[in-house]
Every structure is written in structure tokens, then in C-alpha cells.
Design a protein around this ligand. Structure first.
Ligand code: SAH
Length: 477
């Protein structure tokens, strides 16, 4: 972040602008929404500026700027649309101590003006560090369409009620009250004007004052494979409401960003074969926070019910009679199979699919290898990188075809996704050569769709191929 967004108090302060053409008009339209005192320097102002000056919306001085003209100004805009003149006036303003913006000159500006969605007092500022003004405008248009016009009045009426609402205990109780106001009681009452909204606020407060403190609750939420777009709407909402989020190592940064700013974020990352937070400690943490009445989101990668040690955590909660629920997520097998354009099951090929783990708490995990070794079987192997050679050995020992297709998808759904297309025979060496450091899922019995045909014409010593995300989408999907 090269530019840090803040809301600057300009009430009663000077804002100076040099220029009288189109660029000046665009900025002035925005600046006149503020409670700042605007002074415009222009020898040749557009008719609109003359008009605004007459209406006392700004002070117009009909000459070029001179040293001292920006004294005590909070902000200065150089909007002369002339590089030399902009540089000259900007230097004056800087010497006078104002923060300087030169229109269409990011490099020499000290601040940028964001795209603004105005539901005063609710103001949304959108910035792209000057990289993509078109994008900022598109986001603005999107928000404009989505936010109810009444948001401004509701916020203004709500603000006056803040002191009264302090009768509710700080924290969740108060948040629940305001949420109910902004998303239900307020919008329902707004057509009746301010009196109706105030009446609704009184009723709502009386109702909330009577409520008992909400009991703690734990939501086991599936965070999906990493792409935040693959979260369920329920997961998003719960993240937005959580008091405490307890998350695993594989939860991606963009997903953590969705949690409420004030939420307590606890990382209990577990690394396969590596240092880890003992399960017991995790159980205790969840119980402890729920007992304090917190709404806890226990965020697990993929789907919480797949290789997530969910039952141990549920047992710990049941022992303390703490309420819990499960919110399903997209498991890595589903995300990864989508990336190779295949189905997990297919008529005439496999009518069942196995989810296996490469290792369990005792080491490499054992399975019904003989059943899996039969032609046409498909398995999604989780945590299968380190155990690749073991799995290969067991399958071949039980008669599996060495040429069976195997595909490893690393970081499925994330920008760093890689796809390794190989065979059972070549798997361990291909994996070692690929040096995968991210989470990876191994499909036994599945090749990427476009490559499936080529595989039928397979030559035993074919080289394994490694796709990056982009090439994969072109070649295979
Ligand atoms: N509950 C999770 C699995 C947890 S076990 C789920 O439903 O997906 C952790 C394993 O999941 C990793 O070792 C890896 O095999 C797999 N995994 C998790 N995220 C992944 C991703 N983005 N891409 C590929 N595999 C992933």
C-alpha cells in the first residue's frame, strides 16, 4: 500500500485550487460537498466557477497564484492542465505547508483523490493507487447500485441515538442491536420519516435490553481450497460476525481478510510431520472462548468434515454442552477436479470414488490397496506428497497398471496453482522434480481432460508434464 486511506477533517479549513477549466470543475464538484472553505485561483474561470462564486460556495480570486496564497490550507489542487504552471503552483503550496495534489500527475502528488460513493455520513472511498481508474469507477458504480438511498438518513438518525443505545452492554449486544437497525428495523420504518425511525429505534432497544446475553456458539466452517470466491455465502456472513476466528495453516490470506476487523484471530496451524499446535490445546481454546459467550468460527480448509479432526473438537464441545454447527465447504478434491476439467465419477468408468489420506497419526496410512488397484478406480489422495513412493509401491504390489494416469494439483484454486500430469510409474520421481511446497492433492486414475486421449496412446517412458495455471486453462480446459 503506497497510499494510506484516511478521512481528513476539512470542516472550516482552507482548500485551495489553482485552475479554471475542466479539471478544476471536476475537482470542485467533489470539494463543494465538504464543509471546507474553498479558494480558487484563476485568471480565466469557467462560467460555472463564476456562478459558484456568486452563490458564495467558493472564493474566487481572478489571477494566477502567488507565494503565500496557500497559507494555512489543508489541501491544494494544481488543476491548470499545464505542466509548467502546475509545477509552479504546487511548489508555492508545498512551501506554504499544504498537502499537494497535481491533477493527472501521480508521481508529483502527495495524495490522491479516491472515487467516492456518497451516502453522507456514510462515505466509501475507492483507490487503486492510480493503477486502474476504470476499475475504481466500475466498483463505484456497482456500490452505488447496491446501497439503498436511505442509508444516509438512517446513519444520520442512528448517530443521534448512539448515546441512548449505550444502555446495552458494549460488544456483541450492541452490535446485534445496530445490525438489526440498519438491516431491518431502520429500512422498514424509513418511509414513515424520522419520527417513525425514532419510534422503531425505541421499540428495538426495549426488545434488545430484555434479551439475555447470547450463549457462546461454535461454527465449524469449511474455508474451501483458498479462493475466497469459493466460500459459501454463509461462511462469509459468519466470518463477518465472528468474535473469534480459530484457523488452520491452509486458510488463505484473502479469506482471513474477510473476518471482522475486531475479531480475535488465532492461528493454530498444523504442519504435516512438522511443528504443530497439539489437538488438545486447540480443543481447549475453542471451549474457552465459547464459554465466555463468544461466537467462534473454527475455520478449516476445504470441508471441515474431510480429514479435519472435526469429531475430536465436537466431542470437546459436547462435554461442556456448548452449541455447535457445521457449515460445509468445498473440499480440495472438488476444487482440484474442476481445474483439470474432469468428473470425480463417470458412467462406465468409476461408480465410486475414494478419499484417502496419505498419512495418518501413525505414519503412512494403510488402505484396501487390492480394491484400488483394479482398473478404472479413482481416488483423491489428500496429504499424499510424502507418501507417494509408499502408495505407488503398495498399488503396484497389488497389481495396479504402472501406466495408470496420476495427476497432482498443487494449490488448487489459488493463483500459484500447478498441475503435474504423470503416471503411477513416474509419480515419485516426477513429484520430487516438481519440488512442490504448497498443499497438493493427488488423483489416482484421472488425467486432465485434454490429455486423456494422448494418454491412450501412451508410451511407457513419456516425460511427466507440469502445467502452470495459465497453460493449463488453455491446453486442457
Ligand atoms: N479439510 C480439507 C483437507 C484437510 S487435510 C479439505 O476438505 O480439503 C490437508 C490436505 O488437503 C493437504 O495436504 C492437501 O492434500 C489438501 N489440500 C488443501 N487445500 C488444498 C489446495 N488448495 N490444493 C490442493 N490440495 C489441497
Amino acid at each position: 500500500m503506497d497510499h494510506f486511506p484516511i478521512f481528513l477533517r476539512v470542516e472550516g479549513r482552507r482548500i485551495v485550487l489553482s485552475g479554471g477549466g475542466e479539471a478544476a470543475l471536476a475537482k470542485l464538484r467533489l470539494l463543494m460537498k465538504t464543509a471546507g472553505h474553498i479558494t480558487v485561483f484563476s485568471a480565466d474561470p469557467a462560467p460555472e466557477i463564476l456562478h459558484w462564486a456568486k452563490e458564495a460556495k467558493l472564493t474566487l480570486i481572478r489571477r494566477a497564484m502567488a507565494p503565500g496564497d496557500a497559507v494555512c490550507a489543508a489541501l491544494f489542487y494544481a488543476a491548470d492542465e499545464d505542466d509548467a504552471e502546475d509545477a509552479r503552483t504546487a511548489a508555492i503550496a508545498r512551501a506554504d505547508g499544504a498537502l499537494v495534489n497535481i491533477v493527472d500527475n501521480l508521481g508529483d502528488s502527495q495524495f490522491i483523490t479516491p472515487a467516492i460513493v456518497d451516502r453522507d455520513p456514510v462515505t466509501i472511498a475507492i483507490g487503486t493507487e492510480g493503477a486502474a481508474p476504470v476499475l475504481a469507477r466500475a466498483i463505484k458504480a456497482d456500490l452505488e447500485a447496491r446501497l439503498p438511498a436511505a442509508l444516509g438518513p438512517l446513519a444520520r438518525i442512528g448517530k443521534k441515538f448512539r448515546k441512548v443505545a449505550e444502555a446495552l452492554p458494549f460488544g456483541r449486544a450492541r452490535r446485534d442491536f445496530w445490525r438489526a437497525y440498519y438491516f431491518q428495523a431502520g429500512p422498514d420504518a424509513i418511509s414513515g420519516g424520522e419520527t417513525a425511525v425514532n419510534r422503531a429505534l425505541d421499540t428495538l432497544l426495549a426488545d434488545h435490553l430484555q434479551r439475555k446475553a447470547r450463549a457462546g456458539h461454535v461454527h465449524f466452517v469449511g474455508g474451501g481450497p483458498g479462493d475466497p470466491d469459493l466460500l459459501t455465502m454463509k461462511a462469509r456472513r459468519l466470518l463477518d460476525e465472528a468474535d473469534v476466528v480459530i484457523y488452520d495453516r491452509l486458510i488463505s490470506k484473502p479469506i482471513l481478510e474477510l473476518a471482522r476487523r475486531e475479531a480475535v484471530m488465532i492461528d493454530v496451524g498444523k504442519e504435516a510431520f512438522g511443528p504443530s499446535t497439539p489437538q488438545e490445546t486447540i480443543n481447549n481454546l475453542i471451549v474457552e472462548h465459547a464459554q465466555k459467550g463468544a461466537q467462534v468460527v473454527r475455520l478449516k480448509s476445504g470441508d471441515a468434515t474431510v480429514f479435519g479432526r472435526l469429531d475430536e473438537e465436537i466431542d470437546a464441545l459436547d462435554a461442556q454442552q456448548i452449541a455447535w454447527s457445521i457449515v460445509p465447504g468445498i473440499t480440495s478434491a472438488s476444487a482440484a477436479v474442476a481445474e483439470i476439467g474432469q468428473s470425480l465419477t463417470k458412467r462406465g468408468r468409476n461408480s465410486s470414488v475414494r478419499f484417502l489420506t496419505g498419512h495418518d497419526m501413525k505414519g503412512f496410512a494403510d488402505h484396501d490397496w487390492a480394491a484400488l488397484a483394479r482398473p478404472g478406480e479413482v481416488a483423491a489422495i489428500y496429504m499424499g506428497k510424502k507418501s507417494a513412493r509408499f502408495i505407488q509401491g503398495r498399488l503396484i504390489m497389488h497389481g495396479a497398471d504402472r501406466h495408470t494416469a496420476v495427476t497432482v494439483i498443487e494449490n488448487a484454486s489459488r493463483p500459484e496453482q500447478r498441475i503435474l500430469e504423470t503416471t503411477l510409474d513416474a509419480l515419485p520421481n516426477a513429484l520430487a522434480a516438481a519440488e512442490m511446497s504448497g498443499p497438493a492433492i493427488t488423483f489416482y486414475g484421472l488425467a486432465p481432460r485434454a490429455a486423456a486421449d494422448a494418454l491412450h496412446r501412451h508410451t511407457p517412458d513419456a516425460q511427466p508434464t507440469l502445467h502452470r495455471h495459465e497453460t493449463m486453462t488453455q491446453e486442457a480446459l
